[in-house]
Each structure stands twice: as structure tokens, then as C-alpha cells.
Ligand binder design. Structure first.
Ligand code: GDP
Ligand code: MG
Length: 394
């Protein structure tokens, strides 16, 4: 194994920065560039935290603490000025240490611990980026159970399971991975509907703060506003679109703002779920026919807002075929939990068992697609072996 270092804390200034140094000869490099406080030599024993200085010849670079995390693993905690970090990294580089990004170092460390199981290494890396606690539970479950277990089982049974059965199971895993995506890596929700139905108020209620402008003036939301929100088990980028109704007018003119509408349609196409927000307190529903056409192929949940006002919406005016609506008052923040539960049901994540095998990296997806693509994939044993032990990308 070589000698590697990476900045583990975020880029930019901070009170403290942490540089991880890993490799068999890490302690001898550290001895060359550090001095213990109190003129005693450092004893790099695992479990110790040492106080001292990083030195460059006769120059003191910074006062640091060094955590001895393992025989060849040291965490150097220095002051968080990027200039200090850069100088320490250069000192290390000058002594033959290869500098890596944090993720690259973790990948090498994890791969050293589990060289036989690429899925476990990928799961450990994914844990550092997963968007929700439920997602973390699901990724953790993939290490011993889930995808890891499925691949081990395929390897053992490769001679007795027909290839078309493996293809069928791979297709199921890819479908479940899509369902799990909102809790593992997040999804996109678009708020659409006629002007003044309360889309911006709803975004603010979900975000818990004022992200979008709310007014009585139609067409106030001129362009889309996006906000990343943790909603129960799912992480969502919620996008408040400019009204897509033909009544939307550009401020200060009588013209429909076609550019804003075009951008909203684009947002709508990219969304995993569309929340169609309607005003329960008004009898009519103004939805453009073109918009309804666009919605036909999408996953849509209808939200009837302003439930605090007397209901006047004529059920006959509601667009047909859009499923059971959810009633809320965005202004009074009532019905929001029901809405989040309904979103979870619509996306299918409500009943998802964390142990369900899922693909959570592009490498896994690509290999599963190869297994799933044909009724009888060619050389499934080789694909399964690559899934199990193949090199990972990071
Ligand atoms: N009574 C009541 N008024 C609401 C509710 N939600 C929004 N409004 C009001 O409806 C108007 C339009 O809201 P806004 O969020 O800007 O609508 P948008 O055009 O769809 O973004 C504002 O005056 C809001 O205060 C609600 O749940 N109840
Ligand atoms: Mg608005």
C-alpha cells in the first residue's frame, strides 16, 4: 500500500480542518514534519491524541493535534485557514504522499478493509452522501443483506438458476431502485396549478421558512424557485413554478409570459412527481388543456388548498383521472403531514422494506441492466462476478 492524504473537512475557511494520512510508513513521514509540545518525542500509539506543531525545516507551520487512529492512520487536526491546509498538504506531497480527494481516500481505505466485496465498499461510500436517515438505513442494509446478499446468492446458485430467472430478478431490483431513489439520493417535486391557488405558500409551509414570495397579485411567481426539503422519509427538491395557466401575465404588461411558461413546462417534464395545487374556495378550475395533456403521462397528486375557507369547488370542475386529492391549508399549515404521507404512497416508498435489494451506484445499475437486458443474458456468471468483486469508480 502507498501513502495517501486527503482533506476530510469541507473546502474553504473553517475553525479546524482535518487531514487524514494513511499508509504503512505514515508515522515516519509524520515524525519528519512534526514536533511534540514540551520537547518530548511523539509516541504514535493507536488511540492517542498528540499535541504539537507541524514544522517545515526551522519554520513552524501550525499548532495541531494528531489523532492516532490506527497503526497507519493519522488524523491531523490543524487550523482551518486554507493556506495552512495547503502548506501541510505540500509538505506531505514533498515526502512522497499521494494527495487524494476525501472520497478517493475513503474508497481506498474501505477497499483495503473489504477487498472481496465491491458492493460493501460502495455502500460505505454511499453512506457519506445519502440524503435521509431512511436512506442510510437502506444503504446499511445492502452491506450484509440486500444487493450484497442477492449477488452472493446468485454466485452460489449460478449453475442451478436459469439465466432468464436472473434477468427477471435483475429487472425487479432496477424497478425497486427507482422507487428507493427519493429516499437515497432525492427526487424532484414540481408545484403547478393556476395562479393564486397557494403554490408559493405551500412551498414555504413545506420549507418551514419564506422561500417564495406570496401575494394576491396573479403572476407574482415569475420564474421557478427551488428549495431542497427533507419531508419525512424523502428528500425532495421542491420547485414552485410560475403559473402555467393562460391567465398568467408578465408584471407591468398584458402579455402572457411565454418564456416563464416554457421554463415551467420544462421543470414539469423533469419532475418525479407533480403536485397540482387547486383552490378549494373557488368554484371553477382554470387549467390549460395543453397543461392537462402534459400531465397525462406524469405521476400527479392533486392538492386542494385553502381548506380553512368555505369549500366552493365544484367536484365536476375537477380534472378527471388524477386520483384521490389531499385537502390542506397551506396558510395555516394543516394537512401537511397527510400530504407528505400521500406523496410517499404515490411514489411507492411507503411500503419499501429497507432490506429490499437495490442498486445505488451507476456501476451497479449498468451491470444490472446488462443482466436484465436479455431474456438470457450472455455470460451472467462474469457479470455477477464483476458486480461482486469488480473495480469501483468514485
Ligand atoms: N385562506 C387561505 N389563503 C391562502 C392559503 N394559501 C394561500 N393563500 C393565499 O392565497 C394568495 C395566493 O397565494 P400564493 O401562494 O402566492 O399563490 P400562487 O400564485 O399559487 O403561488 C395569497 O394571498 C395567500 O395568502 C390557504 O391555505 N388559505
Ligand atoms: Mg406563486
Amino acid at each position: 500500500m502507498g501513502l495517501f492524504a486527503a482533506l476530510m473537512t469541507g473546502p474553504g475557511a473553517g475553525a479546524i480542518a482535518t487531514i487524514l494520512l494513511v499508509g504503512e510508513s505514515a508515522h515516519s513521514v509524520l515524525s519528519e514534519i512534526s514536533q511534540a509540545s514540551g520537547n518530548r518525542p511523539f509516541a504514535f500509539e493507536t488511540g492517542r491524541i498528540l499535541l504539537g506543531h507541524i514544522v517545515d525545516g526551522g519554520d513552524t507551520v501550525d499548532q495541531v493535534t494528531i489523532g492516532c487512529e490506527g497503526p497507519g492512520t493519522f488524523a491531523i487536526h490543524c487550523h482551518g485557514n486554507p493556506l495552512i491546509v495547503e502548506r501541510i498538504m505540500k509538505l506531505l506531497q514533498g515526502r512522497g504522499v499521494e494527495l487524494l480527494a476525501a472520497e478517493g481516500l475513503l474508497a481506498r481505505t474501505f477497499a483495503g478493509e473489504r477487498p472481496d466485496d465491491s458492493i460493501v465498499v460502495e455502500a460505505k461510500l454511499a453512506m457519506t452522501k445519502v440524503k435521509t436517515l431512511e436512506g442510510a438505513r437502506m444503504i446499511a442494509a445492502q452491506m450484509e443483506g440486500g444487493l450484497s446478499q442477492k449477488v452472493r446468492q446468485w454466485s452460489l446458485e449460478i449453475d442451478s438458476v436459469p439465466p432468464d430467472e436472473i434477468a427477471r430478478q435483475a429487472r425487479q431490483i432496477l424497478r425497486d431502485s427507482e422507487i428507493a431513489r427519493p429516499i437515497v439520493s432525492g427526487c424532484t417535486l414540481a408545484l403547478i396549478g393556476p395562479p393564486n391557488t397557494g403554490k408559493s405558500t405551500l412551498l414555504n409551509a413545506l420549507a418551514g421558512c419564506e422561500k417564495a414570495i406570496v401575494t394576491d397579485i396573479e403572476g407574482t411567481t415569475r420564474d421557478w424557485v427551488a428549495c431542497e426539503i427533507l419531508m419525512g422519509p424523502l428528500a425532495a427538491t421542491v420547485i414552485d413554478t410560475a403559473g402555467l395557466d393562460a391567465n398568467v401575465v408578465a408584471a407591468g404588461s398584458d402579455e402572457i409570459d411565454p418564456a416563464a411558461q416554457a421554463r415551467s413546462i420544462e421543470v414539469l417534464h423533469r419532475a418525479d412527481l407533480v403536485l397540482l395545487v387547486l383552490d378549494l374556495s373557488r368554484p371553477e378550475v382554470h387549467i390549460d388543456a395543453k397543461l392537462l395533456e402534459t400531465l397525462a403521462g406524469k405521476c400527479v397528486l392533486t392538492v386542494l388548498n385553502k381548506s380553512d375557507l368555505p369549500p366552493r369547488l365544484d367536484p365536476a370542475a375537477m380534472p378527471a383521472g388524477l386520483g384521490e386529492p389531499v385537502r390542506i391549508s397551506a396558510k395555516q399549515a394543516t394537512g401537511i403531514d397527510d400530504l407528505i404521507a400521500a406523496i410517499g404512497c404515490t411514489l411507492g416508498i411507503a411500503d419499501l422494506d429497507p432490506h429490499t435489494p437495490i442498486a445505488f451506484t451507476p456501476r451497479q445499475r449498468a451491470l444490472l441492466e446488462r443482466l436484465a437486458s436479455a431474456d438470457a443474458p450472455s455470460d451472467p456468471a462474469a457479470i455477477i462476478a464483476t458486480l461482486h468483486h469488480g473495480p469501483i469508480r468514485h
